[in-house]
Structures are given as C-alpha cells and as structure tokens.
Design a protein around this ligand. Structure first.
Ligand SMILES: [Fe+2]
Length: 445
C-alpha cells in the first residue's frame, strides 16, 4: 500500500487497519509473556532490562493514557499505577523493587484497557485533531507495543534456561553472486517524511539533503567476516578503536560480541537458550557501536552516516524519488525482509533478493539494526509530537542512530525513514552494522 493510498483510506478502513495492527501486536505480547512461567515473568533476567511483567503492564498504561483517556476522553482505569510504569521515573535496574502488578493482574489490566481502546477506536473521529488524524494515536500505540515486544525478545535472549521460543529457520544464503559493495550515486535526495501517516516526530519533516557518492556493503557484516577481525587480534589493537571505544573495551573486558564464546574448534554462541556453532554467513548481531566502528577501521572503511544509509535504502535513481522501503512502497511481506520474529535469528547474507534497493543493497530492512556514525538529532524543522519525551529529550551526542530494524522488529514499527537510537555501548539489542567508504573521483562514473 502506498503512502498516498493510506492517506485516501476512509475512516472505516483506517479503523480496520488500526484494529488489525493492535491485535497483531497483542498476540505477540501474549506469546512472549505466556512462554514463561510466573516466576520468570517477575524475575529480572538482567540489570539492563525490566521484568517482563513490567513491560506488559507498561504497554497497557501507555494505551490507557493515549487511547482511553486522551483520544477517548474516558475515565482513568488505574490512575494509581501511572507512576510505577513511567519509564522516566524509574530506571530499569530499579523496577523489580516497585509494587508491580502481578502476572494475573497485569494480564487482566491490559485486556480491560484493550476493550476500552477498541470501543474508543470505533467511535473516535479520524480527523479534527492531529492525534487522531489518520488514526495516528492508534499507530503510535501499536508501534509502542511492538517496540516493547522487541525489548521483551531481548530479555528472552538474556534469560538463562531451556529454550522456550521456537520459529522456523530463515531462507538460505544467496550471497555467492553478490558484489562485495555497491556504488550509491551522489547528489540530493529526500530524507525523512511528511506524508507517512504513522511516522513519528523524529522522522519528520521530509527535507532535501545532499551526500557525496559512496560505496556501501551489499550485505551487513557477517559473523565470518567479523571473526577475521577477532582472530586477527582486532580487540587487542588500540589502533582500530576510538578513544572512548578503547576505554570501553578495556574497562569492561570486552573480547568478543555478546553471547559469543571461543571453543577449541572455533566460535560458538548462545541464542535464545540454544548453544550453537557460529553461522559464518549470518549478519553479526549483539555488537556495540564501538565494536562496529573498530571493525570498520580495521577493514579500512567506516560506518555509513545516517543520511547515507537512508539514501541507500530509499533513493531510486531512475525516478529521483525516495521510496518507503528499499523494494518500493508496498508494506513488507515475507519475501522482502526478516521481520516480526518470524525467525529467531538474522537471515544469512543475501537471503532476501526481493528486498534489495534499486542500487542493489540487500537486507537494509530487518535482520539486524545497523549502527550509523550519526548522533541522534532532530531534522531541520523538527517539532516535538505528541510530547517532548518521545524523541527530543534524547537529542544530543550521547546517542547514535540505528536504522532498518531487526528480525525482532515488527513491520508496523519499521520503514525506510524509521530512526532508532541508543548508547554506543549497548549490546543486548539486536544490532549489527555494515561498512561504507567514500567514492574516489574516478569511481563516480
Ligand atoms: Fe515505553
């Protein structure tokens, strides 16, 4: 469905679309929380994460705040718990000490909120207020729930014990015939969006930006390629690391990507409770920005800027237009990208030829979030919406932008313009990277 088509939807179609998206998100939240017992739900599996039962009730609280109270103008269900589930009030490490709703209570609460939200959806006008225009608030809450589902999936990865999540294997590698890198032409292109109905404030507005011609890796850096850096002593050679990156590596004793272990016969990893040999042709995941940056320096390359990433993902040289996705304007389907926890791992390099960009870059959407070298800032003309805490309070040099989504990101929460951000030391997220380099004058053509 194109951007324009979504803009043309009737109020009834918008309601159906929002209901479908909310229902899909809830099915996933339920699956992620039903997969473990109550003891596991309330336990903190890592200081980096909330207990799963916190995420679940927090999803309900946000839905109550925005859809039931704000859009619907209804009476609060549980005003007493607003504070407990305010992410800005309590750091993740402190959340287990809060008087949280228990598993049964949390499940009943989110169910009750959802019933009210659906009632609001049925009756709310889809215009007149920016919050309800094109069902924006419902899209925002859908994305919020899906983002917490991805966070809960990361908690599952940190959890120890037998595997509880299961999914089919992704499609096979097809990188044999692919070139190592592709040339993305220089010049101006449209970055960001003013038309995408459910785009968040930080993706707006659309604006022209020029980039020089550059070469981009055709596929994300694989475990096999990364192992060469590791086995070549990359983690012990200060030359490849930034000052901050080296300090981070030293202070934390970082010697490999998170969840990796060296055995006598090579590298192994733990993935959702399964201990397995590292797959050489799969994109590397669970690396910090610092590690990605060091690898790129070792390879004689660099990380792409955010603008370069978006140009590679959206720019169509034939039309001069920016697409919604690398493959075009239609919503992601199974043949385009590895999204939505359909598989419990990144797919091997080249597994999605139908998802390639016009210039021939593969797997920009799905598989692994990709670190860019750009700090998180607002675009020219940025306006916070619906509140400053959505994005604006995070603007600054502390955060690096990640793009493209991972195998744990749902299609509702990703597009060519979507921006994620995190600290450069983060490794529990499903983040990998690809590298780039400037095009030499003779290479531009
Ligand atoms: Fe949240």
């Amino acid at each position: 469905m194109s951007t324009e088509a979504l803009g043309d939807l009737s109020a009834q179609d918008l309601r159906a679309r929002a209901a479908e998206a909310l229902t899909r998100a809830r099915a996933r939240s339920v699956a992620l929380t039903d997969a473990v017992d109550d003891e596991d739900l309330v336990r903190q599996h890592s200081k980096l994460m909330s207990p799963l039962v916190w995420d679940l009730a927090h999803i309900g609280v946000q839905e109550e705040l925005w859809l039931v109270r704000d859009v619907g103008g209804r009476e609060p269900l549980r005003p007493d718990i607003d504070d407990i589930y305010d992410a800005f009030q309590h750091a993740r490490a402190d959340r287990p000490e809060l008087p949280l709703l228990g598993p049964a209570e949390a499940r009943a609460y989110v169910k009750q909120v959802r019933e009210k939200a659906f009632d609001v959806l049925e009756h709310a006008p889809m215009e007149g207020r920016r919050l309800t225009e094109q069902a924006f608030a419902f899209g925002m809450i859908t994305q919020h729930e899906q983002q917490h589902d991805e966070t809960m999936l990361a908690t599952h990865q940190l959890r120890t014990g037998d595997p509880v999540l299961h999914a089919p294997e992704p499609p096979p590698a097809r990188s044999g015939a692919l070139p190592r890198e592709v040339l993305v032409p220089g010049g101006a292109f449209t970055m960001g969006t003013s038309a995408e109905p459910w785009a968040l404030d930080n993706e707006r507005p659309a604006h022209e930006i020029a980039v020089e011609a550059f070469w981009m890796d055709t596929v994300p850096v694989t475990c096999g390629a990364y192992t060469e850096f590791l086995d070549g002593g990359g983690y012990d050679d200060e030359r490849w690391w930034s000052l901050a990156g080296w300090a981070y590596r030293q202070d934390n004793g970082i010697t490999a990507p998170r969840f990796w272990k060296r055995e006598q016969d090579g590298w192994w990893r733990t993935r959702f409770g399964v201990y397995e040999r590292l797959p050489a042709d799969e994109p590397v995941v669970h690396v910090s920005y610092h590690e990605a940056e060091a690898y790129a320096a070792w390879a004689g390359r660099r990380l792409p800027t955010e603008a370069e990433w978006e140009k590679a993902a959206r720019f169509d040289p034939a039309t001069g237009r920016s697409r919604r996705f690398p493959w075009g304007d239609e919503e992601p389907a199974a043949e385009h990208a590895n999204l939505g926890q359909r598989h419990l791992r990144p797919a091997p390099a080249g597994a999605y030829p139908a998802g390639a960009s016009p210039t021939g870059v593969h797997q920009l959407i799905g598989d692994v979030w990709e670190w860019t070298s750009t700090d998180f800032h607002g675009y020219p003309g940025f306006a916070p919406f619906p509140y400053r805490e959505y994005s604006e309070v995070f603007f600054g040099p502390e955060y690096k932008v990640l793009r493209g989504g991972s195998f744990g990101t749902d299609a509702a929460a990703i597009r060519g313009t979507f921006r994620n951000w995190d600290y450069p030391i983060r490794r529990q997220i499903f983040a990998g990277f690809r590298t780039a380099r400037d095009a030499a004058p003779g290479e531009v053509g």
